[in-house]
Design a protein around this ligand. Structure first.
Ligand code: UTP
Length: 236
C-alpha cells in the first residue's frame, strides 16, 4: 500500500467549538481547511452550539425549563450550525447533519470503491447530559478514529479557566487520567462554558484515542495538528 492510500484511510474526528459559526466568513474559512483535509483523510466533524445556544438556553431557563429541556434546545442549535457548515462544504459533505453515531458509521461504511472520496460527515448534538465534546469522543471511539482534535476558543487545557484566571497554567501534555480529575470539578449544566466536558474526558480515558486540544482562532491550526505540529494540549 503506498503512502497516499495509508493516509486516505486515516480517520480524524474534529470537534468545532460554536464560535466558528458566528458569521459566514468564519464558516467559509474553516470549510476551506476541512475540504483540503478531506482529500487525504476520512473526516468526521462535530459542530458546537456557541453563544446562540447559550443565549437560548438562558432564555429557556428563565422561563422555568428544566435542564434536559435546555439541553435539547442546545442540541437544536448545534444542528443549525451543522447545517450552516454543510452549506459551506457543498459537494464534499453528506447533505444533512447526522443525529446518531450508528447512522454516521453506516453512511461511511458504504464508501468502498477504489479512488472513491469519503464524504465529510457532520453531526451536531446527540442526547442530553453532555456537550458536543463528548459526542466527538464517543464518535471517535465508535468509528475507531486515529485522531480526535478538539478545536476550541482557548489554546489548550489549563488548570483553571484562563478567561477568568490570567495566571492559570497551560498543560502541553496531560494524561487522560489527569484530564478526568481536572474536569470532574466542572459543573455539567446546560450551556456550561468548559474546555472539555467530564463525559468526554472519561471516554477519552477509556478509549485511549489520541486527542489534541487546540486553538481555532486560525483554522489552519487544524491542518498543523493533523500533521503532528501544534501548540495546544496533547492528551496521552
Ligand atoms: P456545545 O457542545 O456547543 O457546548 O453544546 P460547549 O462545547 O460547551 O460550547 P461551545 O459551542 O464549544 O462554545 C451546547 C449545549 O447543548 C447541549 C448542552 O446543554 C450543551 O451545553 N448538548 C449538546 C447536549 O445536551 N447534548 C449534546 O449531545 C450536545
Amino acid at each position: 500500500m503506498n503512502k497516499l492510500s495509508v493516509r486516505k484511510i486515516m480517520k480524524v474526528v474534529i470537534s468545532l467549538g460554536g464560535f466558528f459559526f458566528a458569521n459566514a466568513e468564519s464558516i467559509k474559512k474553516v470549510a476551506e481547511v476541512l475540504k483540503e483535509l478531506a482529500r487525504s483523510y476520512n473526516l468526521y466533524i462535530v459542530t458546537g452550539g456557541g453563544e446562540t445556544a447559550r443565549e437560548c438556553i438562558k432564555i429557556a431557563r428563565d422561563l422555568g425549563a428544566n435542564e434536559t429541556t435546555c439541553d435539547y434546545i442546545g442540541i437544536d442549535l448545534t444542528r443549525v450550525n451543522a447545517k450552516l457548515l454543510i452549506s459551506a462544504l457543498k459537494d464534499a459533505v453528506y447533505p444533512e447533519p447526522f443525529c446518531d453515531y450508528k447512522e454516521v458509521a453506516e453512511a461511511k461504511a458504504e464508501v468502498k470503491g477504489e479512488g472513491e472520496e469519503a464524504k465529510i460527515a457532520v453531526i451536531g448534538g446527540v442526547s442530553p447530559g453532555y456537550t458536543t465534546d463528548a459526542v466527538a469522543a464517543i464518535l471517535a471511539e465508535y468509528v475507531d478514529a486515529n485522531l480526535f482534535i478538539d478545536v476550541t476558543s482557548v489554546d489548550g487545557v489549563y488548570d483553571a479557566d484562563p478567561r477568568i484566571y490570567p495566571d492559570a497554567r497551560k498543560y502541553d501534555k496531560l494524561t487522560a487520567k489527569e484530564l478526568v480529575v481536572l474536569t470532574s470539578r466542572e459543573e455539567l449544566k446546560a450551556g456550561s462554558r468548559i474546555v472539555i466536558d467530564p463525559v468526554a474526558a472519561k471516554i477519552i480515558e477509556r478509549s485511549g484515542i489520541k486527542t489534541i486540544v487546540i486553538d481555532g482562532s486560525d483554522p489552519r491550526n487544524i491542518l498543523d495538528a493533523v500533521h503532528g505540529k501544534h501548540r495546544g494540549t496533547e492528551i496521552l
